[in-house]
Every structure is written in structure tokens, then in C-alpha cells.
Design a protein around this ligand. Structure first.
Ligand SMILES: *Cc1c(COP(=O)(O)O)cnc(C)c1O
Length: 421
């Protein structure tokens, strides 16, 4: 029980030869994690983008405790329960009006697999099969085979390439290149008759916190609509206030056919995901013909304890102070970022809602690969949990973070970059 090389555990996205030591964490509270050796670590990436209101939020913890004593788990085929019904109803009340049904699963990647299966099932069941999927360059949708197939190809999935299916790729709508991206999407929609376009609205997360404006998202939605291509919004990272609004799609005022949610759905306390879909997609599967059934399930579909956590999160979202907190964090983030505005060590300083990102300038791109581990080490030693994506440093804190906490995070970034460059 030392959390060192003696452990048999194989950690995610971890090269054990380079990082043999894991930090043992014993508790979490608000924006902080407490390490076994007594250190207090500020969680500046919300523990991989999931913790929205803060660690161990009392309202969510109480809901989990109460549900665990009442009903822990029940098969969700042929059965239902109040926490799931409540979550489904409340989600639909908050989601764009195009969405009418809720399918539960347990991770973001699975919610994406479900979305892709819904899209293909829809076209098959209406007797007009379409199978091709269109994706955005640099996107990330999870690490299962289907989710990797619709995500960016690279070192992360090179070994599995033979198993990945082929997709059509639209270039990222970088500043000044928006029209080229829109034209490419229009051309693919005309030429390939694809089933669906899957996209991370406004911010591409793992692809490097790349941001693009709501107007582009809105136009992409219009192009898909015009060609009968289903529009899948992957709100796994952008949902739950990250971009400033509950869902990023709100800012483009669009109504997706399918939307994926996970991460902050339970406030970050339990694994749970949903795939929301339009009435048309559900109706295409509803039939006395069993072959049209939506054939998807996982053992823990709509686990009652996870659903109770999600219901508690939705209750927090009904409190006006949740939205004002998010606005305050967005403002503090903007203020902190301003200190780097004329700083030549950085380029492409950007923010969307509560997310900020900045790229490290370096003359040799190869050098950047080496600064990554050094930055990681510096942040670890400074008790700041940050995990740069290549040369991109980003901050995505829980909403309970204080301006002083954020000042400390940005001071660490400032110092870290001085040390490694
Ligand atoms: C994290 C993420 C996923 C995958 O979610 P998991 O719960 O890690 O499987 C999918 N899509 C986006 C946009 C994500 O950021």
C-alpha cells in the first residue's frame, strides 16, 4: 500500500517507465485534493474535467448516501427507478427542444458509441441506409474503438489503426480558415451522403483546447440539416457550464439530433453518461419488429446511485448561485489570463467560459516534447494539479475555486515556464 512501484496497478495514459510513482490521494474537498503525505493540491483541471462544483460537494454526497441505502443497483431492461426518471425528465427540460429521449450509459466514450449506433440504426430502420461519419480535425471522443475511430489519429491510437473505421474529416475552423472548414463540410455532405457529423461544440478538449466561435457551429449545424445529416453534439467536456452556458450548443442556438453528456453530469462524483436523441431517432427504433430494437446495454446502465448523484447535480443547477458562480469563475479566469497578454513566451492565449488555454512558444518543435514532462514535474512539486496537453497549458477548475486559488495556479504557470524554457 505504498503507491510506488510495488503496486500492480496499470494507470491510464501513464508511461510507467517514466513515471513510476503515483501520488496517493486520501481525500478531496472543494477545489483541493489532500495527499497522504499531508500536501494540499489545488485541482486546476477538475480531476480530468469532471468535478464541476468541487470535490465531495455535501448535497451530492448526501444524495449518494441516501440512495445507497435504498436501492444500489437494478437491471435497467424491463425496470426503472425514480432517480433515473427524475434525471431524464429534468435533463430534457434543460436541453435543446429537439431532444426527446434519454439513453443511459456510464462513460463519455460509451455515450459516443451509443450516439453512433443510434445514427446508423436510424438510417437502417427508415430504409435509407447511410453509414459514413464526418468528424472535425483534432477532435477527441473517447478511447473505445468506435470513439477512437471518430477522433484524431496519432501516437495515441497508432497501434489500433487496423481496427478503426474510416471517416471523413473536416479541417478545424481555425481563425481565418472558417469558410474553408464550412465548405469542406458542405462538400462531404453532398458527395458522401454521410449518416452523421459528430463534433465537440465550441471547444475541442483533448485536441488541445482549440476554440471556435458559435457562428461557425451554427453554420455547421445548418449545413448538416440541409443534407439530412444527423448532428451529434459531443458535450461530454463542454457541458455543465464549462463554456459559460449549461451546454455549449446554447450559444449557437442549435438543436442537435443527438447529444452526449458525461463528466460533469454527476458533478464529477460518480461515473454516468447519457445520450439524448430526437423523437425521430427513437421512433425509428420503436416497432413490433424485434430486429429494430436498439441493441445496446451495459451492466450498470442507469445505476441508481449514480443517477441520484446526477439528480442532486441537477438540483444544484436549479440554484441561481450556480450560474453566478460560473460567471464569476469565467471572470477570474479572464483576469488571470490577462497577465500573459503581452508575454512572448506564449501564443494563442484563449478562453471560453471557465476554460483558459495558452500555447508555449518554442523555436524547435522537438523541444516542446521535452518540456512536457518537466512542466508536469514542476507542477507536481508546486502542489498544483495541471496536465499540459503537449505545448498547451490549460486551466479548467471546479467552480468553487477562489480568485486567490487561481492567482496561485497562474503564478505556478509563470514560474514553471521560466524554469523549463
Ligand atoms: C473525455 C471525453 C470523452 C470520453 O469520456 P470518458 O468518460 O473519458 O470515456 C468523450 N468526448 C469528449 C469531448 C471528452 O472530452
Amino acid at each position: 500500500m505504498t503507491g510506488t512501484t510495488a503496486s500492480p496497478i496499470w494507470h491510464p495514459f501513464t508511461q510507467h517507465a517514466l513515471q513510476p510513482e503515483m501520488t496517493p490521494i486520501v481525500s478531496g474537498e472543494g477545489a483541493y485534493l489532500h495527499a497522504r503525505d499531508g500536501r494540499r493540491i489545488i485541482d486546476a483541471i477538475a480531476s480530468w474535467w469532471v468535478v464541476t462544483h468541487g470535490h465531495c460537494h455535501p448535497h451530492i454526497v448526501r444524495a449518494i448516501q441516501a440512495q445507497a441505502e435504498r436501492l444500489d443497483q437494478v437491471i435497467f431492461a424491463g425496470h426503472t427507478h425514480e432517480p433515473a426518471e427524475q434525471v431524464a425528465k429534468e435533463l430534457l427540460a434543460l436541453a435543446p427542444p429537439s431532444l426527446a429521449h434519454v439513453f443511459f450509459s456510464d462513460s463519455g466514450a460509451t455515450s459516443v458509441e451509443v450516439a453512433l449506433k443510434m445514427a446508423l440504426g436510424y438510417f437502417r430502420n427508415i430504409g435509407a441506409p447511410r453509414t459514413r461519419i464526418v468528424v472535425m480535425q483534432h477532435s477527441y471522443h473517447g478511447d473505445t474503438i468506435g470513439a477512437m475511430s471518430v477522433g484524431a489519429r496519432g501516437v495515441f491510437n497508432a497501434a489500433y489503426k487496423p481496427l478503426l473505421f474510416d471517416v471523413a474529416v473536416v479541417p478545424f475552423p481555425a481563425p481565418g480558415r472558417e469558410q474553408a472548414s464550412l465548405d469542406a463540410l458542405a462538400a462531404i455532405c453532398q458527395r458522401d451522403r454521410p449518416a452523421a457529423f459528430i463534433v465537440e461544440p465550441l471547444v475541442l478538449g483533448a485536441g488541445g483546447m482549440l476554440m471556435y466561435p458559435p457562428a461557425v457551429l451554427r453554420e455547421m449545424h445548418r449545413i448538416c440539416r440541409a443534407s439530412g445529416v444527423l448532428f451529434i453534439a459531443d458535450e461530454v467536456m463542454t457541458g455543465w457550464g464549462r463554456t459559460g452556458t449549461l451546454f455549449a450548443c446554447e450559444q449557437a442556438d442549435i438543436a442537435p439530433d443527438i447529444a452526449c453528456c458525461a463528466k460533469g453530469l454527476t458533478g464529477g462524483a460518480m461515473p454516468l453518461a447519457v445520450t439524448l436523441c430526437s423523437a425521430a431517432i427513437f421512433e425509428a427504433h420503436r416497432s413490433t419488429d424485434r430486429a429494430r430494437t436498439f441493441f445496446h446495454s451495459s451492466s450498470y446502465t442507469a445505476n441508481p446511485i449514480a443517477c441520484a448523484a446526477a439528480a442532486a447535480n441537477l438540483e444544484l443547477w436549479r440554484r441561481p448561485e450556480t450560474r453566478s458562480r460560473i460567471a464569476a469563475v469565467a471572470e477570474s479566469q479572464a483576469r488571470c489570463l490577462a497577465r500573459f497578454r503581452y508575454d512572448e513566451r506564449f501564443s494563442d492565449i484563449r478562453r471560453c467560459g471557465t476554460i483558459t488555454a495558452l500555447d508555449l512558444h518554442a523555436d524547435e518543435p522537438g523541444y516542446l516534447a521535452e518540456v512536457g514532462p518537466k512542466l508536469h514535474a514542476f507542477f507536481r512539486d508546486s502542489d498544483v494539479l495541471l496536465r499540459p496537453l503537449g505545448h498547451t497549458i490549460y486551466v479548467m477548475p471546479p467552480y468553487c475555486v477562489t480568485p486567490d486559488d487561481l492567482d496561485a495556479v497562474y503564478a505556478a504557470i509563470d514560474e514553471a515556464v521560466d524554469q523549463v524554457l
